[in-house]
Design a protein around this ligand. Structure first.
Ligand SMILES: *Cc1c(COP(=O)(O)O)cnc(C)c1O
Length: 415
């Protein structure tokens, strides 16, 4: 992340010293670089330049209103997975007409909300969902724009890390069943076929499974065209992987070539739904060391951020780099970096070597995606504040929660 730099031993996000952020806003604190958000968005714009396209930011990666507002101003659309996310997009100034709605469990109420807002497309994931959508749209006197999320079943032997594009998971419809579903949709009174959609997994650092999946989807589009069903868009799903540790993320020039070669001479609009790669590397989680506990054979650096603030290590055993905000001459300590939550699984990083003392600050890197958006109040911990940094300017985009706020909807009862 080149918007995070060390100068004279101190860590800066753009032109702002992280220790100043911590002093001003407290910890734990999520901080994002506006320049990094811009660079990431521009990389997709460049990859798709010259082709008709829409970048639909996947809201679930980080749905904070100011982040959505930023991408809306960039001209982005949004990929949502709930009515709540639609409300966020609209509150942030996003255009309903650029929203695609994914997810296997859309309720009738969510469908009504999305139809009334006038979203661009429903990514339908089952025949039952199609039937429900046709009925709900009919009740509103509308026609629902649909695409089917197809499951291309790319070979797991060649691509062992693919998690959502395989036969055995809950997402999408088997690509072999897609022609029958399109024929069924074409007969319906209250749906309009717009496209096809495919999302095979997240944090892919190799483009070949994406390319294989896309080839299968394009072959489907061509065979549908022969059968008289013309698609307006091809949605290629989520974005590329990012660097957490020693991964080599795909070169965006190669990604560009992969798309440009396949879409040359075609007229469908390309929709892409990146989440992680638009926000992940733009964000750091700042946390303060409360205690250093030197145990027998194991040392613990106990920080004020926990699994409720950043769930990825506990949930997926995910790795995040953790670095001292201020470099020091203290001898490095072999340690686990853990939070105060009462769970053995509450760790931010295991087996690290850190030259730190109690009271100092740590920065957890590449925490912009699936960090704040997955946070919870477990252990009655108010969620962190969030700030965006733009050169030397800082904006608070989310206040730290209060304990009173956490209890606000609850009641004592008498019988
Ligand atoms: C999560 C998700 C995305 C975003 O994936 P990233 O890997 O974060 O880019 C896009 N589309 C769908 C349907 C998703 O579920």
């Amino acid at each position: 992340m080149n918007h995070l730099q060390r100068k004279d031993g101190r860590l800066f996000l753009e032109e702002v010293a992280l220790e100043d952020l911590a002093r001003q806003y407290g910890t734990p604190l999520y901080a994002y670089s506006l320049a990094a958000l811009n660079d990431a968005y521009l990389a997709y714009e460049q990859a798709l330049s010259g082709l008709p396209h829409l970048i639909c930011y996947a809201v679930k990666a980080n749905g904070s209103l100011a982040i959505l507002q930023h991408f809306a101003r960039c001209g982005a659309g949004f990929d949502i997975v709930s009515g709540g996310e639609l409300a966020r997009v609209l509150a942030a100034g996003g255009a309903a007409g650029k929203v695609v709605f994914s997810g296997v469990g859309k309720t009738a109420a969510e469908m009504r909300m999305a139809l009334q807002a006038g979203i661009r497309c429903f990514n339908v994931e089952s025949e039952s969902e199609l039937e429900r959508l046709n009925r709900v749209a009919g009740e509103l006197g509308k026609s629902a724009p649909v695409s089917f999320r197809v499951n291309p079943d790319v070979d797991p032997k060649t691509h062992p890390y693919i998690s959502t594009g395989l036969k055995q998971n809950k997402f999408g419809v088997p690509i072999s069943q897609a022609p029958a579903l399109y024929r069924r949709a074409a007969e319906m009174d209250n749906v309009t076929i717009h496209g096809v959609d495919c999302h095979i997994g997240s944090q892919l650092t190799d483009l070949s499974p994406i390319a294989d999946a896309l080839d299968r989807v394009l072959a489907l589009a061509d065979s549908l065209a022969v059968a008289g069903i013309k698609l307006r868009h091809i949605d290629i799903g989520g974005g590329v992987g990012i660097r957490y540790q020693d991964e080599t993320p795909p070169d965006m020039a190669v990604y560009r070539e992969m798309l440009q070669s396949r879409f040359a001479g075609r007229d469908e609009e390309i929709i892409v739904e990146p989440g992680r790669s638009l926000v992940g590397e733009a964000g750091v989680l700042l946390t303060r060391i409360e205690y250093i506990k030197q145990g027998e054979g194991k040392n613990f650096v106990i920080v004020d951020a926990a699994m409720n603030d950043l769930m990825r290590p506990a949930l997926y055993d995910a790795y995040h780099d953790i670095v001292p905000v201020q470099e020091s001459a203290t001898p490095p300590l072999a340690c686990d970096v853990v939070g105060p939550v009462c769970e053995t699984g509450d760790f931010i990083g295991l087996g690290r070597h850190l030259a730190v003392r109690e009271g100092e600050l740590l920065a957890v890197l590449a925490a912009g995606a699936y960090g704040m958006s997955m946070s919870s109040n477990y252990n009655t911990r108010p969620r962190a504040a969030e700030v965006v940094v733009n050169k030397n300017e800082i904006r608070l985009i989310r206040e730290r929660e209060t304990i009173e706020g956490l209890m606000a909807g609850e009641r004592l009862v008498s019988w």
